[in-house]
Design a binder for this molecule. Structure first.
Ligand SMILES: *Cc1c(COP(=O)(O)O)cnc(C)c1O
Ligand SMILES: [Zn+2]
Length: 414
């Protein structure tokens, strides 16, 4: 990995060699999340916008020279990445905007944005010669890890809160992962996984502990920019729990600026559920990530429930350094967004994903987005992950006898 020059602590700035530390800055313990540093001159000698235009590999691995993996490392066979970016003129019209796109990551192999990070985790685990990989998760990261691990035959051990939606737990089990349901919160599962992985020597995929997950997630914004012919959008709405996705989007954009492939930094807008909004609070109060305290978090949007967001340093930097913001939306606003997005784009989102759109609605109302701005909304997970929540937003359909009369009666044309 000669294109990776080091791992830099997001708290103290000390930079380590890649083989010096496995996960975090030793001076800061488990909170010392590090950021992967690159030699952009070397990368630019290996990949360009022109070479990409000729590249027929429409997965995240088309950007392999920009990822922290050995050039010849094998990658899992499942097709991850190059998800659709749909123009959404009807959503735009509803909001009085001119240009809105949705990035649909519900179409990945395990139906969420987490496929991007878990694909990288599997490659890194195999590079490290690990025999078992583990993660804590609200559900999707584990589903992605279970699926990607199954694709290469790597055993996975999963720790999720027992309250995770059944569809997600079903994914873990069907992919053959060893599942332990934690009688506690995601934050509890996270702490437990740190201890267990150390005890048993397992490779740890935990978000914002493992420095490489950000790097997998950054591929989402490489795609957005490439799909927009390298004309970066003006602002991007990202649902935020731990803050790894928004941190990854920021990282990806910084990479593209360093390479000169885009010419401006979009505003990054982090959207949290009101019942799990410690980053909104820290943003408004001007706190640094390391000054934040855990809160008791709850929301219908289970994928973004995190009482102490693990990637808080990177998440706050993403909004602050780009002129963006953090926005809170209520559970009712999140639920309302599910059918609106589905009916105006054809994309069915789980609550956490729909939260990004609810955040855009709020941002428009508050004047944070101007009509001519080019806006991308990240739809990070499939609605099929949590049909119980989705069904709260639509009426029960009528049951009818199989006769024309019954239909006529219902349609009021008897
Ligand atoms: C994990 C997840 C998020 C939030 O990502 P973070 O990195 O935790 O901020 C948003 N949407 C979905 C569907 C997710 O699974
Ligand atoms: Zn440090």
């Amino acid at each position: 990995m000669e294109h990776v020059t080091g791992l830099k602590c997001t708290i103290c700035g000390k930079t380590y060699n890649v083989d010096e530390i496995a996960y975090v800055c030793p001076k800061h313990g488990d909170a010392g999340i590090v950021d992967v540093q690159y030699d952009y001159d070397l990368i630019a000698s290996r990949i360009s916008r022109e070479s990409l235009a000729q590249n027929g590999d429409y997965t995240i691995w088309r950007y392999k020279p920009l990822l922290p993996v050995e050039p010849d490392s094998p990658v899992p066979p499942l097709r991850v990445g190059w998800t659709p970016l749909y123009k959404a003129p009807r959503l735009a019209a509803k909001l009085g905007l001119q240009h809105v796109w949705v990035k649909d990551d519900s179409v990945g192999p395990t139906a969420s944005f987490k496929d991007r990070a878990s694909a990288l985790a599997v490659v890194k685990a195999q590079e490290a010669g690990a025999e078992i990989i583990t993660t804590a998760s609200t559900g999707n990261a584990a589903a992605a890890l279970a699926g990607l691990s199954a694709s290469v035959g790597l055993p996975a051990v999963i720790f999720v809160p027992k309250s995770a939606p059944p569809a997600k737990i079903t994914q873990h089990l069907i992919y053959g992962a060893r599942v332990m349901l934690v009688d506690g919160s995601y934050d509890d599962a996270f702490e437990l996984t740190l201890k267990v992985a150390k005890e048993y020597g397992w490779y740890n995929r935990n978000t914002a502990y493992n420095p490489y997950m950000t790097e997998g997630k950054k591929t989402g914004v490489y795609e957005i920019c490439e799909q927009l012919a390298w004309n970066a959008p003006d602002c991007i709405f990202v649902p935020v729990g731990d803050g790894c996705i928004i941190g990854g989007i920021h990282k990806g954009l910084k990479d593209l600026l360093a390479l000169g492939w885009i010419d401006r930094m979009p505003k990054l807008m982090g959207v949290q559920a009101a019942g799990s909004a410690p980053l909104v609070d820290a943003f408004e109060r001007g706190l640094q990530g390391w000054e934040m305290q855990p809160v008791a978090a709850h929301s219908v949007a289970d994928s973004i429930v995190a009482g102490l967001p693990r990637d808080r340093n990177k998440a706050l930097a993403a909004a602050r350094e780009t002129g963006g913001a953090f926005i809170a939306v209520t559970d009712q606003e999140i639920l309302n967004a599910i059918p609106v997005v589905a009916q105006n784009t054809g994309v069915f989102s789980e609550p956490a994903a729909a939260a990004a759109y609810a955040g855009l609605v709020k941002a428009v109302a508050e004047g944070l987005v101007a009509p001519e701005e080019r806006v991308v909304v990240m739809l990070t997970g499939s609605g099929l992950k949590d049909i119980a929540s989705a069904m709260k937003t639509v009426p029960e359909p009528p049951v009818i006898t199989p006769t024309l009369e019954a239909v006529r009666e219902l349609l009021g044309r008897a």
